[in-house]
Write a protein that binds this ligand. Structure first.
Ligand code: M6R
Length: 602
């Protein structure tokens, strides 16, 4: 959601900025722009729509300069227009600024600045920052930025350059990621490591309220920061021969399980090793209440985590979405731990919830995919899901990584309590074989494609499941909405008769997740209720279940596994189904309309 890239060094900035933007657009965008300080005047070019539109405009001119900023915008304040695209500039066209985040008090600031004579060109919240910096500018850019930021409320990652204090980029952040890339004779600033990985792996994660000043030959920030080594390699973000990142990432779901469990399972001890928890082992033993907080797809893994943790670790567990939790007054004490689950580690509502818990000095734990993300840095301890970079906006393999990680966390906490060795061994050894079982599920891709062909003209879908697979019904429905733009709802099967059945008829198919588990018979009753009302049903059932065939219209089979791990296997066909539906409906699968990969604003 909005991407920033900045360059200062000896090379021509243009191509570096464009390449950086290409690597950031997966976050979601609708317009883009760059500013480069050439020999004479700054050149600022913006375009609506794809980056290619910006490139076309750039190609028509010859621009050179060793200093510049780039930005891809995902509209929050003001329509998708060139004027609203970044970089924004002040009245004198001296200061150019790119921003990620939201300035909450922009209306009052704008009014004040207009009264003082500033003229605005856009409807954005960002532009007030530009004029505020102008207001305080007296020849030293970082000083002006520092004073301007004192007046704003909200969140920001910004990069600013000035014609009258040239040869520097000033960058600052508050609750919006910004990293500094350090290379010989050049510095970069970006909101996402993917934008700079081809230049350098030496990075500094800026912290909230820090201001960085980058010059051609040196840089400084308020505090000294440790260097972090980026652990993934360039090329991770390539499609690897698949037509879409979405399909590539679904196909990588078995690998996501493998990466999550690698080196962590201790089969003989019926336990797992989670290095991130070593230092807080004793504190974890005393925890008697867990709260799992996440958003969107990650919140469904939290709901499954609750089933696992209560059934096998015996710890009372609550689940909430970040957008609600941050405004609640949860009952917590020194024996509560709050676990934040996020692919990006940058989701605004999840991070705000984390800050609330930090204020109360509650133990905060993270289940995070992106290494070095804000969530990973701000939690007391955590586990990386190691799913690799996820580029498609809709989450797929990262969700699978979260489920595998929560299963391990359950064993870890369970074995600290009453979980028997034999039970620990059972879960851990099943987990160790799960990547291969998941590969089996992928073999049904062509059957699922055929099903998508059959159902592509339906406009509404139910997804139902119970117990561990009730959240998977929600995940199946969310993914279908995101990718195919069709109406889909996911509910617990038992809820059908409490109102939802009114919608069932021949035009409203249901995908029923009904593996052979402790609630299978209940699911069969729910399927009967639907069939009695002529609703078409696709069942997701356990291999060798012949009975189900006579009951439903279509069946997708998944292999048998432990009940707590069935959500992992059940998810794969549902992700494939949504993917194929979206392709058949000719949608932009990797970048669904109106959505952003990382929701860094409230
Ligand atoms: O990066 P996070 O896991 O914190 O993101 C949370 C949600 O924004 C995310 O899962 C969203 O729901 C996806 N688009 C779902 O596919």
């Amino acid at each position: 959601m909005c991407g920033i890239i900045g360059y200062i060094g000896k090379k021509n900035a243009i191509q570096i900025l464009i390449n950086g933007l290409h690597r950031e657009i997966y976050r979601g965008y609708d317009s883009s722009g760059i500013v480069v300080f050439g020999k004479n005047e700054p050149i600022c070019i913006k375009a609506v729509g794809k980056i290619e539109n910006l490139e076309k405009k750039l190609n028509s001119q010859s621009i050179e300069g060793n200093l510049g900023l780039g930005h891809c915008r995902w509209a929050t304040h003001g329509e998708v227009t060139e004027a609203n695209a970044h970089p924004h500039f002040d009245c004198q066209k001296n200061i150019f600024l790119v921003h990620n985040g939201i300035i909450e008090n922009y209306k009052e600031l704008k009014k004040k600045l207009e009264k003082e004579g500033h003229q605005f060109n856009s409807d954005t919240d960002t532009e007030v920052l530009t004029h505020l910096v102008e207001k305080y500018f007296q020849g030293n850019l970082e000083e002006a930025v520092r004073k301007a930021l004192r007046e704003v409320r909200g969140t920001y990652g910004i990069a600013v350059i000035s014609k009258k204090d040239p040869q520097k980029i000033v960058a600052a952040k508050l609750s919006s990621p910004l990293i500094l890339g350090i290379n010989k004779d050049e510095f970069l600033i970006a909101s996402d490591p993917s934008a700079i990985i081809t230049h350098t792996r030496q990075v500094i994660n800026l912290d909230d309220n820090e201001i960085a000043v980058l010059k051609p030959d040196n840089f400084f920030i308020l505090r000294e920061k440790p260097l972090t080594q980026i652990e993934w390699t360039p090329g991770d973000e390539k499609k690897g021969g698949y037509p879409h990142f979405m399909l590539k990432e679904i196909m990588e779901e078995p690998e996501a399980i493998e990466n999550a469990i690698k080196g962590r399972l201790m089969i003989e001890e019926g336990s797992v090793k989670l290095g991130g928890f070593d230092e807080i082992q004793e504190r974890l033993r005393k925890i008697n209440k867990l709260i799992l907080v996440a958003c969107g797809t990650a919140s469904y893994s939290a709901r499954i985590g609750k089933y696992m943790l209560e059934e096998y670790a015996g710890i009372p567990t609550e689940v909430d979405v970040g957008s609600e939790f941050r405004y609640r007054k949860p009952i917590v004490d020194k024996n509560t731990a709050v676990i934040f689950i996020s692919q990006s580690g940058e989701t605004a509502d999840t991070l705000a919830s984390l800050q609330e818990m930090k204020k109360k000095e509650i133990l905060t734990l993270g289940v995070t995919n992106v290494v070095g993300s804000t969530q990973a840095r701000e939690t007391n301890a955590g586990v990386y899901t190691r799913s690799g970079s996820e580029i498609a906006v809709a989450s797929s393999k990262a969700f699978i990584g979260q489920l595998a990680t929560l299963a391990m966390l359950t064993v870890y906490l369970g074995r600290q309590r009453d979980m028997a060795l034999i039970m620990g061994k059972r879960i851990v050894s099943e987990l160790s074989g799960l990547p291969d079982i998941a590969k089996e599920v992928l073999k049904s891709a062509s059957e699922i494609k055929e099903l998508a062909e059959k159902y592509k003209d339906f406009k509404n879908f139910w997804f139902i499941g119970r117990k561990y697979n009730s959240p998977i019904a929600s995940e199946g429905a969310l993914k279908l909405k995101e990718l195919s733009y069709l109406h889909a709802e996911g509910i617990g099967g038992g809820e059908l008769k409490h109102g939802h059945l009114a919608l069932i008829d021949e035009s409203f198919p249901t995908i029923a997740i009904c593996p052979s588990d402790s609630v299978y018979e209940k699911m069969v009753s729910n399927i009967e209720e639907i069939k009695a009302r002529k609703g078409p049903v696709i069942a997701l059932a356990t291999k060798n279940n012949k009975e189900i065939k006579n009951l439903v219209d279509d069946v997708i089979y998944i292999p048998k596994t432990l009940e707590m791990l069935t959500p992992i296997l059940a998810t794969i066909p549902l992700h494939l189904f949504s993917y194929y539906m979206a392709v058949l409906l000719k949608n932009d699968v990797d970048k669904p309309r109106n959505l952003a990969k990382s929701v860094t604003v409230e």
